[in-house]
Ligand binder design. Sequence first.
Ligand SMILES: [Zn+2]
Length: 218
Amino acid sequence: MPGGTLAGMRTLLDLVLPAECGGCRRPATLWCGACARSVAGPPVRIHPRRDPGVPCWALSPYRGPARQAVLAAKERGRRDLTEPLGLALAAGLAGLRTAGRPLILVPSPSRRASARRRGGDPVLGCARAAARSLDGCRVVPSLRVWWGVRDSAGLSARERDRNLRGRIRAVPLPAEAAKAQVVLVDDVLTTGATAQACAVALASVGTYLDDILVTCAA
Ligand SMILES: [Zn+2]
């Protein structure tokens, strides 16, 4: 193929795919090495205001490349970031894992309308990418958001609690969950209200979380 055609294709691709890093906007790469390193450390223990009653961990504070990437995946349709964010999650999970136990990831639920608008649910996508790279790990999306939940961005802690009360529900997990390490995964943890509501919903169907791991903690 002549070089000119290849260059033309690249230009066309640039129109379709943003050729800039999802974390720092460096050109000509989708996720650069420096941004990958910023989420590659061992997960840090966090203590949210609303205590979900299980250990909570984060890959990064809610700033810098991790925050930019989460927002790009969530708000700007950067689905290409699902894979690198999922691999970062997998590395974090490897550090939290109890040897010899299967691992079940339960993604924090998206409101269906907002997931549609974003062209897919990035939290579910990251969980699936993480599970693909870990042995004995599967994703069980058992949490649902019932009608009437507003996006929690910009709400106070008390408003978030009210917004979520009784609105996150779980369907029972398969029997193997009883022997598995069950981890709730999410992109951002702010007050802990969503994580707490998820833990309560799962407990109501007999599943008790072992850990909560998020990409970013505010
Ligand atoms: Zn970068």
